[in-house]
Write a protein that binds this ligand. Structure first.
Ligand code: DC
Length: 232
């Protein structure tokens, strides 16, 4: 049976990564979380003072220093999951903080940042057998992907999921702040000039506001099986 490319796009905290990871593991495919890559570039900008204490981003300096950013996904044998390394350092935890979430949409709107990351992503998927999640996977990174999903859920449902996750990680946040971040990112991600978040014409829209994980997985796994069987 031939391998396919699966593109999963959608708004933040729609559960894309949970489904994508499970699907990749069930199909024995590679899983790539492209949001982690944009988050790592944002962390670099914060570490280097390219985003200053006032929260201003110096785009020109970030573009100039892009060649100094080396990203790598390293599998963690204990958890079976890949972790993001930025210039040799494990940053998996730091890239998920609200501090990074607060700036990542601005960084992801920079053309040169996107060009660099899209190139790496296309290289990762050149042999197919990949499940990639993000915002522009079905539209820009792999417009020819055999299966494309576009995940949605209400902002309140998504903020509640994210809030629970952050509390579990010990971050001190309020639900209101998380909801505000989710809404702000939705707006920036879907209105930016370069590769805005939009549903590809041939993507299947999937609203999971009222759907449990098991049901989502079963349905999406079923889609993937149909495509794989059809393509032989
Ligand atoms: O999936 P996530 O929430 O971890 O993504 C973090 C941010 O990165 C998100 O607000 C938008 C951006 N992003 C993007 O612009 N393109 C992608 N392919 C993936 C993420």
């Amino acid at each position: 049976m031939g391998k396919i490319t699966i593109a999963i796009d959608g708004y933040s905290s729609t559960g894309k990564s949970t489904i994508a990871k499970r699907l990749a593991s069930a199909l024995n495919y590679i899983y790539v979380d492209t949001g982690a890559m944009y988050r790592a570039v944002t962390l670099f900008a914060l570490q280097e003072g390219i985003i200053n204490a006032e929260g201003e981003l110096d785009e020109a300096t970030l573009i100039e220093k892009l060649s100094e950013i080396h990203l790598k996904f390293v599998p963690n044998a204990a958890t079976g999951r890949s972790e993001m390394f930025l210039n040799g350092e494990n940053v998996e935890r730091e890239i998920r903080t609200m501090r990074v979430s607060g700036f990542v949409s601005k960084v992801a709107a920079i053309k040169e940042v996107r060009e660099k990351l899209v190139k790496i992503q296309q290289e990762m998927g050149k042999d197919k057998g990949i499940v990639m999640d993000g915002r522009d996977i079905g539209t820009v990174v792999f417009p020819d992907a055999e299966l494309k999903l576009f995940m949605t859920a209400s902002p309140e449902t998504r903020a509640a999921r994210r809030y629970k996750e952050l509390l579990e990680k010990g971050e001190e946040v309020t639900y209101a702040a998380v909801l505000k971040n989710v809404e702000e990112r939705d707006l920036i991600d879907s209105t930016r000039t370069i590769s805005p978040l939009t549903k590809a014409k041939d993507a299947i829209e999937f609203d999971n506001s009222d759907m449990g994980l098991e049901e989502q997985f079963e349905r999406i796994f079923d889609y993937s099986q149909r495509v794989i069987v059809k393509l032989g």
